[in-house]
Design a protein around this ligand. Structure first.
Ligand code: IMP
Length: 198
């Protein structure tokens, strides 16, 4: 699916390579532990599917659907659980899989909620991180790509529920691609989380 308002930021090959690196780090850090991978719907569904196939551990998968109010391009910070986990997480090591962390408000709400359920540990793996947008401090152990403050779509990420099926991560330009548009800087942060603290 192509759209003239979307320019490639991270192509499919680069995503696949980085997903493999993330999965290797997670496999190493959680060796010998009972892991529950929690995908946050809907944005993480493709990332989660690719990531868990590369993690070489016995694990369980669960999903939690969150929605912020509204369908716009700005985070409202008001979050609702649309669909809860299907299993308890008491005593389990949990890895939350997110599509993107921007203000951090969604994650903060989620981590507070999960911590009340008695997990052995909870950490976060996000495909994308937009640190310039941060409004609250959140600890993210595994970051795929650090990106600038642009609105991105594709590989699961949407604008008003559309564009999730674009196979790469692209920048969305509401008024069409501006003249002389360059590719913004994307970096791949070091992964050094180590074993989870209990
Ligand atoms: P936060 O609460 O601002 O950190 O936003 C997290 C959620 O907002 C993500 O899980 C996405 O659903 C959505 N979001 C934030 N930035 C973008 C973006 O650039 N494209 C698509 N969705 C985004």
């Amino acid at each position: 699916m192509r759209d003239e308002r979307v320019t490639v930021l991270i192509d499919e090959a680069r995503i696949a390579e980085r997903v493999a690196v993330l999965a290797t780090a997670i496999t190493r850090d959680y060796a010998g532990l009972d892991l529950t991978v929690i995908g946050i719907l809907k944005g993480s569904f493709l990332f989660m599917a690719d990531l868990v196939r590369r993690i070489d551990l016995h694990l369980t998968c669960d999903f939690l659907e969150l929605s912020s109010y509204g369908d716009g391009m700005a985070s409202s910070g008001v979050v609702r659980i649309n669909k809860d986990l299907s299993q308890p997480i008491a005593g389990r090591h949990c890895l939350v899989v997110e599509d993107i962390v921007d203000t951090g408000l969604t994650l903060r709400y989620l981590l507070e909620n999960l911590s009340t359920r008695g997990p052995a540990s909870v950490r976060v793996c996000t495909l994308l991180d937009k640190p310039e947008g941060r409004r609250t401090e959140v600890d993210v152990s595994y970051v795929g790509f650090r990106i600038p403050n642009a609105f991105v779509v594709g590989y699961g990420l949407d604008l008003a529920q559309r564009f999730r099926n674009i196979p790469y991560v692209g920048v969305y330009h509401p008024g069409g691609v501006p003249e002389g548009h360059g590719v913004p800087d994307v970096s791949e942060p070091h992964l050094g989380a180590g074993r989870p603290q209990t």
